[in-house]
Design a protein around this ligand. Structure first.
Ligand code: PNW
Length: 465
């Protein structure tokens, strides 16, 4: 172009991981191939009214058959890392019992393809596709599911532990527990706040058992983490009432996961706040120690901040709420631009969140395992895809991440959500998060302007440009 842009000084450490992320159910398709069993998302998506437009992941973006082309796209973008998840129901079709070798074969092919392209695999063991047979026994409300997860993790580690270094147990247990069992917006679609709190504990326990299993199979070579969608929560004012609302939502959204995982204990104030919903008797002796497995890094997904205020005085309590026990709180509108998900955009929330975790949890190394936005991309006359809003969004969030590094945060990587447009859960294919456009009828992939921009940005930050 006509404007010469000075090469910015490198703001990210040598060895920083530059990646993009995905998850099995959102991209793979091939729902009934090679012995895959049904998951709770197959069931949910087939239940009328649950997913917009009746969309399902049956075909998705057919990554199961097109993974070679997709790895070529990653290499072309200069990604140094790729985050994906393994589908439990491909590997154990009913969630327990013998391994389905054909299911593991697929991930072995994918990992080998990545490695030969020089791309580091970041493997997530669970991104929401619970085998339906386990849900039939209570799903995450049942302690047994956590034990089964530990076995599943060991199976994957035995097959791939010789070539995968970066292991993540769970993606966003907040979503599994609260969207799955409290507000019912995600599979399995239950609305029961007490069940959601039991799910929190069993997901935490699954994390601990999974981490233990991977560690014992792979040893110290494994880099272990969990990915949390921590809530960058702000109080509407500094009044004691609003600050107490902040404490409560932070407790349920963040500390209920962070404290047992990183400190080995549940936050007493949150257990007390929710005592009218559950007596927490499902926490057994020894569980907090199991959950407190040694982690090498924490994965953080960040999209948007959340502002909270005290109950409005009307006495009204929402019957259906994402956050158990928080139906009385209010969430005032804030004056910020929004994405087409209606999520407010504010990159300073990412800086706040990184600083807070760094300060409260002993400087733990972190990786931004998801960040990005859904957009109505504009397709130009020659098929080029324009998404200037996404470029601005990513650029601002990278600036915020760089600021956190300058302020002392040990940040190890940044992953775009997502590499491709894909199945956006309850929104189906209606919301596009990709930096690569997918024309669903033909499965044709086209790099959006943001993908070209990201390629240049990575090269520049790595000193290759
Ligand atoms: C994350 N919420 O999901 C997931 O890890 C991805 O699979 C997903 O595609 C991406 O973010 C974009 O949505 C979330 O309602 C879904 O607060 C919903 C919420 C948060 C995260």
């Amino acid at each position: 172009g006509a404007t010469a842009t000075a090469v910015a000084p490198r703001r990210f450490p040598v060895g920083f991981h530059w990646g993009a992320a995905s998850s099995a159910y959102q991209i793979e398709g091939a729902w009934n191939e090679d012995g895959r069993g049904p998951s709770i998302w197959d069931t949910f998506a087939r239940t009328p009214g649950r997913v917009r437009n009746g969309d399902t992941g049956d075909v998705a973006i057919d990554h199961y058959h097109r993974y070679r082309e997709d790895v070529r796209i990653m290499a072309d973008l200069g990604l140094t890392a790729y985050r994906f998840s393994t589908a439990w129901p491909r590997i154990q079709p009913t969630g327990s019992g013998p391994v389905n070798g054909a299911g593991l074969d697929f991930y072995e092919r994918l990992v080998d393809e990545l490695l030969s392209a020089g791309i580091t695999p970041f493997l997530t063991l669970y991104h929401w596709d619970l085998p339906q047979a386990l849900e039939d026994e209570g799903g995450w409300t049942n302690r047994e599911t956590a034990l089964r997860f530990g076995d599943y993790a060991a199976h994957v580690a035995r097959r791939l532990g010789d070539r995968v270094e970066f292991w993540t147990t769970l993606n966003e247990p907040w979503c599994s527990a609260y969207l799955g069992y409290s507000s019912g917006k995600h599979a399995p679609g239950r609305v029961d706040q007490a069940a959601a709190l039991a799910a929190v504990h069993h997901l935490n326990l699954a994390h601990g058992l999974g981490a233990q299993a991977v560690r014992s199979v792979v040893g110290d070579a494994a880099q272990l983490s969990v990915t949390l969608n921590l809530c960058a929560v702000r109080a509407a004012s500094q009044s004691p009432e609003d600050l107490d609302a902040l404490r409560r939502i932070d407790g349920v959204a963040n500390r209920l996961f962070l404290d047992p995982m990183l400190r080995g204990s549940y936050p007493a104030d949150v257990l007390a706040d929710t005592a009218h919903l559950t007596d927490w008797s499902f926490i057994r002796e020894g569980d907090p120690a199991t959950i407190n497995a040694r982690l090498d890094a924490l994965g953080i997904n960040y999209y948007t901040p959340l502002t909270v205020a005290a109950p409005d005085g009307s006495g009204h309590v929402e019957a259906v709420t994402d956050h158990p026990g928080c139906g009385d709180l209010s969430f005032p509108d804030v004056d910020l631009p929004r994405t087409i998900m209606d999520w407010p955009i504010d990159a300073t929330g990412l800086h706040e969140l990184l600083m807070r975790v760094h300060r409260d949890y002993d400087g733990i190394p972190m990786v931004i395992t998801e960040n990005g936005m859904a957009n109505d991309d504009y397709i130009g006359p020659t098929g080029e895809v324009h998404d200037p809003e996404r470029i601005q969004y990513v650029s601002d969030h990278l600036d915020a991440a760089a600021r956190a590094i300058a302020d002392g945060v040990d940040l190890r990587g940044y992953f775009q959500w997502s590499l491709h447009d894909n199945f956006e859960w309850a929104y189906g294919y209606g919301k596009r998060f990709g930096i690569v456009y997918v024309d669903y009828p033909t499965q044709k992939r086209t790099l959006k302007a943001s993908a070209h921009w990201y390629r240049d940005q990575i090269a520049q930050e790595r000193g290759l440009a």
